[in-house]
Design a protein around this ligand. Structure first.
Ligand code: NAD
Ligand code: GLY
Length: 369
């Protein structure tokens, strides 16, 4: 049985719906949103997801009269690159996709970002659908139209803002998602509460852990919050930057330790703890009990919060200076005025941040590989 909730992303002519439920009628929803004249789609997925879901997913679309090509990419952040992008382009050309056809991203954030960027550029732009299969993609990357591939010298360096036609969030995909990936997705969930919604944060804090959550409510609330932000600031001129809470420090950890040691969400979790600690130390508004509550919630959802002892304050600054949001050598930070209220600031100079990071007591040793 299919149950469904809707969140609308209001972006004028680029508006779309996010469908949230279990056992969604993928084929019917996609067929409805496509032009009646063109009935061809290319499903982009990876080698992990294809054996689990592709056959059933494809059959569902074909039952609605859609002709489906498939493009199965290798699995991993290291494949979010120009080679995979070209593989999608080649598959689209070989399947003779025209401007009325669509790409479908069946996967996590890597597949979603890659497919979105391919859709933004194939024949100068064709429709695409997001069908996220990780918690992180359901609550964050599939919504809002940020699409990208990595350059060897920087993550998400090549991309476009390009909105999907619809987002189909089917909770049944989460049954096969490893626990560590679930926890990484929870980091982004906690982020929304910390920056935008104290009541939602309190809900998360009141539960014993992931299995105690009403997941449909949690995903819907995250999508509502993200939809509100994106509707006001699609291209990140201001408000949308708040969604990067924890990410500037987190990216420095990912790069500093080498990709593969921490998942993106794990690094963001440590980044949020650091930002909360600095928010208190620098009197940005957050109180000590609020900071401690944030750290407790990270622990509750099996997330790390301590800085790797191999990274110095200067290492952080060196990595953060490569961030896309640096202007004239000044790094932009998201700090907390309170739980549920965040602000963007460039008020910290690099030496001050380095010494605050050195003084931060959240520090431990992690085994690296
Ligand atoms: P991911 O796409 O690499 O997926 C994580 C792992 O889970 C992969 O090995 C994948 O094959 C596997 N997997 C996916 N669904 C599964 C399922 N249902 N069952 C079993 N295994 C499954 O990682 P992610 O965390 O989803 O996404 C991270 C990416 O998202 C990064 O590239 C990041 O830059 C990007 N991102 C983009 C945005 C945005 O706004 N566009 C926001 C946040 C993150
Ligand atoms: N994940 C941050 C954003 O979409 O803006």
């Amino acid at each position: 049985m299919s149950t469904e909730q809707l969140v609308h992303v209001a972006l004028g002519a680029d508006s779309y719906d996010i469908h949230i439920g279990t056992n969604l009628p993928h084929g019917a929803l996609i067929a409805q949103a496509m032009s009646a004249k063109t009935r061809k789609v290319l499903i982009v997925t990876n080698e992990t997801i294809a054996p689990l879901y592709l056959q059933q997913f494809k059959a569902d679309l074909e039952a609605q009269g859609l002709t489906c090509g498939e493009c199965i990419l290798p699995d991993g952040e290291e494949y979010k690159n120009v080679d995979s992008y070209m593989q999608i382009m080649t598959a689209a050309i070989e399947h003779q996709l025209d401007r009325g056809c669509a790409l479908i991203a069946l996967g996590g954030g890597v597949i979603g970002d890659l497919t979105g960027f391919a859709a933004a550029t194939y024949q100068r732009g064709i429709a695409f659908f997001q069908v996220p299969t990780t918690l992180l993609a359901m609550v964050d990357s599939s919504v809002g139209g940020k699409t990208a591939i990595n350059h060897p010298q920087g993550k998400n360096m090549i991309g476009a803002f390009y909105q999907p036609q619809a987002v189909l969030i089917d909770l049944t995909f989460l049954k096969t998602l490893p626990e560590r990936q679930i926890a990484a997705g929870m980091a982004e969930v906690i982020k929304y509460g910390a920056i935008l919604d104290r009541a939602f944060f309190d809900y998360l804090a009141s539960k014993a852990g992931y299995s105690a959550l009403d997941l449909a409510y949690v995903i819907k609330r995250c999508c509502e919050l993200k939809a509100e932000v994106v509707a006001q600031d699609e291209k990140e001129h201001g408000l949308r930057a708040l969604l990067n809470f924890g990410h500037t420090f987190g990216h420095a950890i990912e790069v500093g330790l080498g990709f593969g040691n921490f998942l993106h969400g794990e690094a963001v979790a440590i980044g949020m703890a650091i930002a909360a600690w600095i928010s208190v130390e620098s009197k940005f508004g957050l109180t000590e009990p609020e900071r401690d509550a944030l750290v407790e919630v990270l622990k509750r959802y099996d997330l790390p919060y301590q800085i790797p002892d191999t990274l110095t304050g200067d290492d952080f600054v060196a990595h953060m200076l490569h961030d896309k949001k640096v202007k004239a050598g000044r790094i932009s930070y998201i700090m907390l005025q309170a739980l549920g209220r965040a602000a963007v600031t460039r008020a910290y100079d690099n030496a001050q941040i380095a010494s605050l990071l050195t003084a931060c007591p959240y520090r431990t040793h992690y085994d690296q590989h």
